[in-house]
Design a protein around this ligand. Structure first.
Ligand code: PEP
Length: 249
């Protein structure tokens, strides 16, 4: 099975109801730009998931950026995967490096969150990536391989789980690894997925994320085992995200 490519926008803590105009613009660009050989996803803040999903922008799925591992209960301020499904989300990002760093999320917790996502019939985007210090110490593969082993649940399949490789030092910095470095990490992730899930390991989409923009998307997306992009800053403007999607037209 060949992975289905995905271009996913992570809006982080950005966006208001007025941002619906960007979604409308994106849907228009997808229509006018012709078929792209990838799925398109926007993950706005929780506050916008329901409004965006119920507005229904053609060609754009709506997802969320995190969830709690439990289905319900005494967790003030948290949101469950069931609530996100109810609000119309189709995907949930788990284990983003900002969650791992700002909220001390471990891979074990990320795995529990991913399991909660899969239990609701949603797709989990499981993020992994090394810090700059880990990279400088030559530990990139050790770090991402242990994160993927510990964060991806046993119930994962190519239909319900996507892996996103996001070097922490490349997020929001304008810096990217070389295409060869990206391909090396993605090849190692692919080998690990095949080792664990046998033939199904071939079918998981592995996204690259970290300062993807229209000007570098084509070469990054052309690297072996890169099956799409997780995009932060450049996903906030429809024209920029459409410029990245262009890599799949
Ligand atoms: C991200 O936060 O997932 C990300 C990739 O951000 P940016 O594209 O802004 O580097």
């Amino acid at each position: 099975m060949k992975p289905t490519a995905l271009v996913a926008g992570n809006w982080k803590m950005n966006g208001l109801m007025s941002s619906q105009a960007e979604l409308e613009a994106l849907a228009g660009m997808l229509k006018d730009g012709g078929d792209a050989d990838c799925d398109v996803l926007i993950c706005p803040p929780f506050t916008l998931v329901s409004a965006f999903a119920s507005a229904g922008y053609a060609g754009v799925a709506i997802g969320a950026q995190d969830c709690h591992a439990a289905q319900s209960g005494a967790h003030t301020g948290d949101i469950s995967a069931e609530m996100l499904r109810d609000a119309g989300a189709k995907y949930v990002i788990v284990g983003h490096s900002e969650r791992r760093a700002d909220h001390a999320e471990t891979s074990a917790l990320v795995q529990d969150k991913a399991s909660a996502v899969l239990s609701e019939g949603l797709k989990a985007i499981v993020c992994v990536g090394e810090t700059e210090a880990e990279r400088d110490a030559g530990r990139t593969l050790d770090v991402v391989l242990s994160q993927v082993a510990e964060s991806v649940p046993a119930a994962a399949t190519p239909h319900n789980t996507i892996v996103a490789y996001e070097p922490v030092w490349a997020i929001g910095t304008g810096r990217t690894p070389t295409v060869a470095d990206v391909a090396d990490v993605h090849a190692a992730l692919r080998r690990a997925l095949i080792e664990r899930f046998e033939d199904a390991g071939e079918g998981f989409a592995i996204l690259y994320g970290g300062s993807v923009k229209p000007s570098n998307a084509k070469e990054l997306m052309a690297a072996d085992n890169v099956n799409g992009a997780l995009v932060g800053g450049a996903s906030l403007k429809a024209a920029d995200l459409n410029g990245i999607i262009e890599a799949y037209r």
